[in-house]
Design a protein around this ligand. Sequence first.
Ligand code: GTP
Ligand code: MG
Length: 376
Amino acid sequence: MQELREQLRFMMVGLVPKGTNSETILHDMEELESLIKTLKGGVFSAIIQKADYPQKATYIGSGKSQEVADSIAEEKIDIVVINNILKPGQLYTLEKIFFRSNPKVKVWDRVDLILQIFQLHAHTKEAKLQIDLANLRHMGPRTYGMGYILSRQGGGIGTIGVGETNTELMKRHWRNEMKQISIELLKLSKERVKQIAKRRSIGFLTTAIVGYTNAGKTMLYNRLTNKINLVDDALFATLDSSVGKVYIPSKKKDIILTDTIGFIKNLPPSLIDAFKSTLLESVNADLLLVVVDISDPEFVDKLRVVEEILYDLMMEKKNCLYVFTKIDKAKSVDKISLSKRYIGSNLQFISAKTGEGIDNLLNAIGELIFKENITS
Ligand SMILES: Nc1nc2c(ncn2[C@@H]2O[C@H](COP(=O)(O)OP(=O)(O)OP(=O)(O)O)[C@@H](O)[C@H]2O)c(=O)[nH]1
Ligand SMILES: [Mg+2]
């Protein structure tokens, strides 16, 4: 009972272009709900606005804002999450509109929500620093943007208001803080690059697991390396990167396997950029295992998102092996049509849970990684 009362009450708001099919909307909102549940929050209300362009001031438009305000009062909402990336001024304006319904209400965009999850799940110094940097990048303009608003209210025309001086101070502090964190991250990245170079110099080849969040990457990593990293039916359970050894029987050789943070759609490039240090293992890998949850009805769209992010990270031309996992859970697996769709790619079908297909996967990894690196 106590726990229930302490649970934060969320409301989801989605803005989708007119004509978006209802299935896409449903899946988008389900993903947003999963993100909220990962934070242990409950969803008590949801509103969809269909519009081709967001409104400048309020993003969702003034009529919809009023509807949201009514629902906040009715359902005693603590946090409203808008399922897009908003401008700082828009979030500020919405909080002002909703103030009457609940003076403590918070308005988050999708990035705020993801950053909250990251904060909850970060363990290593590197992950924490990366999140601090992402947070500063995302929240900074909002903080000094407010200073700007104060300056316009405080200082009259032709005068320099107190707020304006504060804005400059805040901006400088913000920039300094980001610089400090970037320097620390650079040190950690250099350390990582050294380790990668050392592994390579003693002849180890590296395979990196990448894929959408919750696809089953860590369970596969654990099965192949015999480790017991956290596997959870939650988004972004893994934020740090792990490195382990895997024996390839067909080649009688060990390789290195890495697991890392998953991808999700609608991530701003600055957020991915903040995780560059963690992603270094994948960027430097000799082979990528692109893990896809084939039991997920949305797997084709999610794979597209992963491929787009790999492209942004300039990793799309890497040696890739598509690993369709959770075949034990999938209703049907149409291997023929998948082979046609991903023609020219290497495909494997496995269950990290039951072990089905793992021997074939190890063979395929061996063939691909040692073929490409025949001279090493
Ligand atoms: N049935 C079945 N479930 C699986 C399989 N692999 C993973 N799962 C489940 O899928 C969920 C996510 O697994 P993880 O391995 O944590 O996924 P991940 O891709 O590492 O997720 P993040 O680190 O959060 O991005 C967990 O509930 C696992 O038990 C599988 O082969 N079969
Ligand atoms: Mg994981």
